[in-house]
Design a protein around this ligand. Structure first.
Ligand code: NAD
Length: 423
């Protein structure tokens, strides 16, 4: 019996993709069918529906989820997403990816994720705060500093984490900073957390460039999604002399083969809420953006952006996945055959959870580190993890994603098997 074989999944369903990626590694590891069926399931899935009062006095019922995939290696860890297209399948996939991500970089967490079906762009700060506080109360049976520690994801930010931390603390009767990470520094957040995902991704890109014999200075960079992960990636690479030739967000894309200053694009976006229309740049769609000629392509938006239809047309040497799940398994095969080097999401964006781990450790110890210490420790983790995955890829002659999965699945399987079955 193989637990995952019986699951029916469509091509673009994120949970189906996550299970197929896991299956591939499980096959190569000759994973025992029993442990395989455990790891192909999520341990806990909570769905909540709760009322939110709108400005006109009417009531809207909001749906939210919190999922823990596997907590054998430590408490659950994973972001909370506010987006209109959140589904339980997406949250389950993101929770499973968190399990592997924490294992790839060898930090003592399991995988979890949360999501609320809403459009934060259409909501007032007051509505967002009320919704966040009620959602927190609804998922309190799962979260806690020793149990499951949320963080920001698409549509949420440090302020959202502050509301969650405050709501949890009010219920407990004491201040519990370690219940969330990615919160403001004033209430126990960590130096370096806001740019950690991008910084970690850039450390991995530097290692990949060394492996490929590429120079970062002068490399052409395209970034899809100019939010937290994407904007910091563009800025850090630009500071190293890379040329940012394409950028985008939900409002559309901009391209300029001569390069654009991401600081200026950020200032423009602050005024207009989108990068689209940036002076001097050509307008491109998000689809066209991915096919621009470049050396480093960074998907930093959402899932399902690179598939079998556009993978043959990408013109890049390397893809560094800052986003979770941007590439389908079919596209992976095409890109591997075309010799495009892939830094897979569970490695490429693990800098965020790594510094979240540092934040949690600092909160639990009430002892805070300097930014230089954080960045140095992050670099150590990313460089080691990248090279561990690369060595495995070379040893087994597999692509980087498969190698990252093999490393992660082996660690999680070992922990799960060592703990045994309760009762
Ligand atoms: P964010 O909300 O700050 O930014 C997302 C950006 O993507 C925005 O600019 C948005 O306009 C854009 N976007 C959304 N849908 C798009 C689409 N269809 N086409 C083009 N652009 C689109 O979110 P973020 O925190 O930067 O997260 C981005 C990705 O990185 C997500 O996949 C997330 O899971 C992943 N990630 C983030 C972190 C983190 O610490 N922030 C850590 C690990 C992984």
């Amino acid at each position: 019996m193989t637990g995952s074989a019986v699951i029916d999944h469509t091509q673009r369903d994120p949970w189906g993709i996550a299970v197929r990626q896991f299956d591939l590694a499980a096959n190569l590891l000759h994973l025992d069918p029993n442990i395989r069926s455990v790891l192909a399931s999520c341990q806990r899935e909570l769905t909540v529906h709760f009322p939110l009062r709108l400005a006109d006095g009417s009531v809207k019922v909001i749906t939210g989820h919190r999922v823990q995939h596997n907590v054998s290696r430590g408490p659950g860890k994973g972001g909370i997403r506010y987006h209109p297209s959140v589904t339980i399948g997406e949250v389950k996939a993101l929770a499973m990816w968190m399990t592997w991500k924490c294992a790839v970089v060898n930090i003592p967490y399991g995988g979890a994720k949360g999501g609320v079906v809403c459009d934060p762009k259409q909501m007032t700060q007051q509505q967002l705060e009320t919704m966040t506080r009620r959602y927190t109360t609804e998922i309190m049976l799962l979260i806690g500093p020793e149990r499951d520690i949320p963080a920001p994801d698409v549509g949420t930010n440090a302020q959202t984490m502050a509301w969650i931390m405050d709501t949890y603390s009010m219920h407990k009767g004491y201040t519990a900073p370690a219940v969330v990470t990615g919160k403001p520094i004033a209430i126990g957040g960590s130096e370096g957390r806001s740019e950690a995902t991008a910084r970690g991704c850039v450390y991995a890109i530097i290692e990949a460039a060394k492996h490929l014999g590429m120079d970062i200075a002068g490399s052409r960079v395209v970034v899809q999604g100019f939010g937290n992960a994407g904007s910091f990636s563009a800025k850090l690479l630009s500071e190293m002399g890379a040329i940012v030739v394409g950028l985008s967000d939900t409002g559309g894309g901009i391209a300029n083969p001569k390069g654009m200053d991401p600081q200026k694009v950020e200032a423009y976006k602050r005024e207009r809420d989108t990068v689209a229309g940036f002076p001097g740049a050509e307008a491109v769609t998000n689809r066209e953006l991915l096919e621009l000629e470049c050396d480093i392509l960074i998907p930093a938006a959402i899932e399902n952006q690179i598939d079998a239809t556009n993978a043959p047309r990408l013109r890049t040497k390397m893809i560094a996945e800052a986003a979770n799940g941007p590439t389908s398994p079919e596209a992976d095969r095409i890109l591997h055959d075309r010799g495009i080097f892939m830094i897979p999401d569970i490695l490429g964006n693990a800098g965020g959870v790594t510094v979240s781990y540092f934040e949690w450790v600092q909160d639990l110890q009430n002892l805070f580190w300097r930014e230089a210490t954080i960045n140095a420790r992050l670099k150590e983790v990313m460089v080691k993890s990248f090279n561990d995955v690369l060595a495995l890829a070379q040893k087994h002659k597999v692509d980087m994603r498969t190698a990252a999965y093999m490393l992660a699945v082996r660690r999680v399987a070992e922990a799960t098997l060592t703990r045994g079955i309760y009762p």
